[in-house]
Write a protein that binds this ligand. Structure first.
Ligand SMILES: [Zn+2]
Length: 480
């Protein structure tokens, strides 16, 4: 097994198992053999190594864990999604966009996913929950990326469709949901059997409002049987909250609890519109306590909501209630460091309190918190015996200077610009800011062509038969 040693790293973010938290260490050696970390200071690494990396000018940190993403379509929305929303649907553009801008074909899915995987690696993500409609070649593409994958093939009993701009209608087809569930399990089992050993799965009925009670329960059971996490979108829009209250008399979180879905290993994307949220103000005050008492995980993705004018209220309260907080990139750009920064600032705005959260909370969410959500204790932390998923941050990057506190420098200033090298399972996948496993420029060309094909179909898909430019005009008028 090839051994790599990083000698005398200026800064290391290491796992303190006794305190269950990330800590700084200075001037230490880190070694890994095969896929496993074998040494982490304070004494110098005594063995021989096949490769020696000079740790001067570096911060070595655990690879980031992204527990919510949709790589197969979100890159297609660049230039479309950022300022799209429907005021009559409490600002969300989710339902209108999903219908009008639909992924045209598997080639588009592939280009989009490959492009997103590059963005993710370049910003230090080494583990990804990929919630996608399964397509042929998905497992092979993910394996090629070199990232650690938690494939989450989505399925549902109902499809949203629009009849007006007030909210989605539901087209129910239970058999389709069941067939999707079975296909998802086949994909997950194939991922688990992949020879790379880097692929796993998450059972993912798409939304709490589009899946039948039985499908949700059976999905949760299938996840438990396999020792895997379970995820669904829940409390992600005001429309959804109102729909669930109308159907069942309880909030989406309370409905999930009633079905026995909450608990360790369950990840809710995004649990933002809880009963106490200022946009909901339902008369109960139970949702946050339910999340915390059951140890349910939340995939917090601030960007899509912030663009609509919505924020979580607030991250610090969720943490202190006992919810397992993780982070995700629900939309483009797929940059988890930017999400850490945005989440911290928005939490303070929501709390009106500088001390409501700190950067260590978000590092934890993007590493050990995400790992806990996925029922894993071997990733998201640098310590002997853990997986060799590492990010080498370049302290000489201008935006990292002066590097008094490199985590703050990384999250608040430099982000992906300072990510120099990335290793997953001990294998280098990013070197000197270039992805070694995929061709991002080629993926970008295919992505642009796919976006054209998607927009060409928009008038047939949109409920008002509008062209793409009518739904989302360019940001500036086009002068003659
Ligand atoms: Zn999502």
């Amino acid at each position: 097994m090839p051994t790599t040693v990083i000698r005398n790293a200026d800064w290391v973010i290491a796992w303190d198992a006794a305190q269950q938290r990330q800590v700084y260490r200075r001037g230490v050696d880190i070694a890994f053999a095969g896929d496993t970390i074998t040494h982490l200071g304070p004494a110098a690494y005594p063995g021989t190594a096949d490769r020696v990396i000079d740790g001067a000018g570096l911060m070595v940190m655990p690879g980031l864990i992204d527990i919510h993403s949709h790589p197969h379509h979100e890159p297609l929305y660049r230039g479309i999604r950022e300022e799209h929303g429907v005021a009559n649907m409490h600002m969300t553009g989710l339902y209108e966009r999903g219908q009008a801008f639909s992924v045209p074909d598997d080639e588009a899915r592939e280009a989009s996913a490959e492009f997103a995987y590059c963005e993710l690696l370049l910003s230090g993500v080494t583990s990804l929950v990929d919630i996608s409609a399964p397509f042929d070649g998905w497992i092979e593409l993910f394996a090629k990326s070199g990232m650690r994958g938690f494939l989450a093939p989505g399925y549902a009993s109902a499809r949203w469709f629009l009849e007006n701009d007030l909210g989605p209608s539901y087209d129910w087809d239970e058999a389709r949901g069941r067939a999707g569930f079975q296909r998802a399990l086949r994909v997950i089992d194939a991922a688990l059997a992949h020879p790379s050993g880097r692929l796993s799965g998450v059972v993912s009925p798409m939304q709490i409002d589009t899946c039948t009670e039985d499908l949700l329960r059976d999905s949760r059971d299938a996840a438990r049987e396999r020792g895997l996490a379970f995820t669904t979108h829940c409390a992600q829009s005001v429309n959804e909250v109102r729909e669930m209250i109308f159907r069942y008399g309880v909030t989406p979180i309370q409905w999930a609890h009633r079905l026995g879905l909450l608990g360790p290993g369950t990840i809710l994307g995004h649990a933002l519109f809880i009963d106490t949220h200022s946009w909901v103000r339902w008369h109960t005050k139970d949702d946050l306590k339910l999340l915390g008492d059951t140890g349910t995980a939340v995939a917090h993705c601030p960007t899509p909501f912030a663009r609509y004018g919505q924020i979580m209220e607030h991250f610090g309260d969720y943490l202190r209630a006992g919810a397992v907080m993780g982070l995700g990139t629900d939309c483009s750009p797929h940059n988890l460091v930017e999400e850490m920064r945005k989440a911290s600032v928005l939490a303070r705005i929501a709390a009106r309190d500088i001390h409501a959260v700190d950067v260590a909370d978000f590092l934890h969410a993007a590493t050990a918190g995400g790992a806990m959500a996925l029922l894993r204790d071997d990733i998201g932390r640098l310590a002997p015996g853990k997986k060799a998923d590492l990010v080498l941050v370049d302290l000489s990057c201008a935006q990292m200077q002066p590097a008094r506190d490199p985590l703050r420098g990384f999250v608040y200033h430099a982000a992906d610009r300072a990510v120099r090298d990335v290793f997953v399972d001990g294998i280098q996948v990013v070197a000197d800011r270039r992805v070694l496993t995929m061709d991002q420029a080629d993926a970008a060309r295919r992505l642009a062509a796919a976006q054209e094909r998607m927009q060409a179909e928009t008038p047939q898909r949109d409920y008002l038969r509008r062209r793409s430019e009518e739904i989302v005009p360019l940001s500036l008028p086009l002068a003659d």
